[in-house]
Design a protein around this ligand. Sequence first.
Ligand code: TRP
Length: 449
Amino acid sequence: MRDKWSSKVGFILAAAGSAVGLGNIWKFPYSVGTNGGGVFVALYILFLITIGCPLMLAAITLGRKTQKSVFGAYKSIDHRWSFVGALGVVCGFFILAFYSTVGGWVLYYFKSAITGKLNTTDPNILGDIFAQLMNSPKELIFYQCIFLIVTIVIVLKGISNGIEKASKIMMPALFVMLIIIAIRSITLKGSLEGIRFLFTPDFSKLNMDVAMNALGQMFFSLSIGMGVMVTYGSYLDKKVNILDTALMIPVIDTAVALIAGLATIPAVFALGFEVGEGPKLMFVTLPAVFASMPMGTLFCIVFFLLVIFAALTSSISMLEVAISYFVDEKKKDRVKSTLLIGLVIFLLGIPASLSMGPWENVSFIGKLNFFDLYDKLTSNILLTTGAFFLCVFVGWVLKTEEAIKEIESSNVTFTLAPVWSFLIKYIVPIAIFIILISAYKDFILSLLL
Ligand code: TRP
């Protein structure tokens, strides 16, 4: 028999655990910084409401209806669509490859927090600490490997035990922690400019690039587009009301991203960092915020520990997609497939780990280094493509009428059903399609030039 969530709360925590991760705490703030601030936030929220929430519901419904992991879910309804599931599996490999790189950085920072190395507000020193790590291949690969090993161990322990239990304590703790940091950040002298940067959209900065990145970031943050939510939904009991569940996850996820933005960006302005710094933003800024707090070292240690946890609840969800494909569909041994997949991801991840240091200018093809290649390929291309197919599939193949029946089967009335149906059939696929065209164009050009 297939494993089931022991409770609805367990599902919400695990799904929110998948959604809330480095995408919220690390990627969101720096993407705001590199994509013009408020305009990115505004677009993000617009996409979240019109595209993200409807798709979250579609994904969970598809999983619950078929009771199969993503590949099987598509296949059981129309076998010609199983390629979408396969796309998700491939996507998972690439995301996890660079996700584990950043997971490794967080582990290193956790260690450095313990040894007191991060206890300074000086942007130069903090910048040097990051640069040093980026130029120590041994350390990078070592920590990346540890991160993957921990992910693998948790996944091997099975669905309900490992994931659910730990989520119940760690996720709320992380939330509280972020609020405390945000309060410190916005009370720093000079933080006002940062708050303005976050929440005042400057529409003159609006362009296709920003739209593409906001959409990609939204899918990445919600864990939508590669089948995580389909797979997780498949472990849900038929009695559970998926409607409010599907709404809760985006709300939690976005709250965390915005609070992480408030924790980071105002401090960037107040303490003299660069807002367009990119992937290192969190790693240089937040230690400085801690250093300006009473008991800062302790906060710093606990914070990085909780981030490790949030990253793990996300990474296990990605690994789970790949594994359930090999176990459910290919009837492979769970332990063996997990180890093999882990190894492949580790190897894929090594070039990503070296990409901010020795391999900064090394590329596979074109001008993107491996880290950027994986990032762009997954968020802007694969996830967005996966989300597009998910939408078309639920709208036109499974059909929204069927989906609505599934949603209402747990005795709820879906008042907004006509709106949802209209969005899923017309608005969402067209909107994604338009952005996808420019994403493909952009991506292909960056490979050719
Ligand atoms: N959403 C996670 C984060 O924000 C990352 C993640 C986990 C993910 N599973 C995923 C992203 C599946 C895309 C697809 O950190």
